[in-house]
Design a protein around this ligand. Structure first.
Ligand code: R5P
Length: 290
């Protein structure tokens, strides 16, 4: 088998190590020094060989982590023409279209930056919408953490579980989760004010949730607003316990505490973003895609 090297950016070091182990690849770590003006200086610990895989998520600080990913790709390009760039959580994925006139579709800028830095292929995990993949001119692959999240939740032995998407856009995700879990699903109707960002649940009263434990499934949690509104609505419908399964738990500020306070029993997320809730490892699905 030809040599493979995984370069682990600081934002995804643990996941990159796990990936290297699964691929039986060499691992190259990075040293990061941030200057007082905020500039990053990145140094790779040794020379990468063969096909190179650069792993760096772009969670907050989004622009800094993005620049570090781009810098590592450009550095890797000095050693190989085959650079697979793994961005487990791709920031800006929600800016995939012009929602209001004049808005910049920043995702398309990011797609251009990744290929001009030297990436020959991009792998992302649970991209916000598949439409976003169209912005890339190099091969791009979306892998899903949903089967592993569903298996994790299944071991938690919920009472008569029902899978719920907090919005219609996540209906297919909820359907897939429910298929792996072996149960049924519903999707709520959510409305977000495009100017203020405020979220409202538009669904009328539901009969089918009474007494059932629920798994709210989403691609990401940022401020927690969507999950909190959905939980408050579902609790009013006299459901059982509410669990949250999401791929990317950004949990900005005190979102985790606010979500728990709204009545959520547990939040389970993937290690695309490392943190207290990231209990599901996605190195296996990424390794398979490579
Ligand atoms: C929106 O469509 C996404 O799937 C998430 O539901 C949303 O981005 C989560 O953001 P927040 O936690 O701030 O409501």
């Amino acid at each position: 088998m030809s040599a493979i090297t995984v370069i682990g950016g600081k934002a995804s070091e643990d996941l990159a190590r796990k990936l290297a182990k699964k691929l039986k690849a060499s691992f190259v770590s990075t040293e990061l020094r941030v200057f007082p003006d905020g500039e990053s200086k990145i140094t790779i610990s040794s020379k990468p060989k063969g096909k190179i895989i650069v792993v760096n998520s772009t969670y907050p600080p989004v622009d800094t982590n993005l620049l570090q990913a781009l810098s590592l790709i450009a550095k890797a390009k000095q050693f190989s023409n085959q650079i697979i760039c793994v961005i487990p959580y791709l920031g800006y994925a929600r800016q995939d279209r012009e929602f209001l006139p004049g808005e910049v579709v920043t995702l398309s800028v990011i797609a251009k930056l990744l290929s001009s830095a030297g990436a020959s292929k991009v792998i992302v995990v649970d991209m916000h919408s598949m439409l976003g993949l169209n912005h890339f001119t190099i091969p791009v692959r979306n892998v899903s953490a949903v089967p592993d999240l569903a298996n994790h939740l299944k071991k938690m032995r919920l009472k008569n579980p029902l899978v719920v998407s907090p919005d219609l856009g996540g209906k297919e995700r909820a359907k897939e989760f429910a298929k792996f879990y072996g149960t049924d699903y519903i999707a709520l109707q959510k409305q977000r004010d495009r100017k203020t960002g405020k979220v409202q649940i538009m669904t009328a009263n539901l009969d089918g949730v009474k007494g059932r434990d629920l798994v709210l499934v989403d691609d990401m949690i940022s401020t927690g607003g969507s999950i909190i509104k959905a939980t408050q609505f579902l609790k009013k419908q006299k459901c059982g316990k509410v669990f949250v399964a999401c791929t990317h738990a950004l949990l900005i500020d005190n979102a985790e505490q606010k979500i728990k306070k709204s009545g959520v029993s547990a939040i389970i997320s993937a290690n695309t973003i490392p943190g207290s809730t990231s209990l599901v490892d996605v190195s296996g699905v990424i390794a398979k895609a490579i």
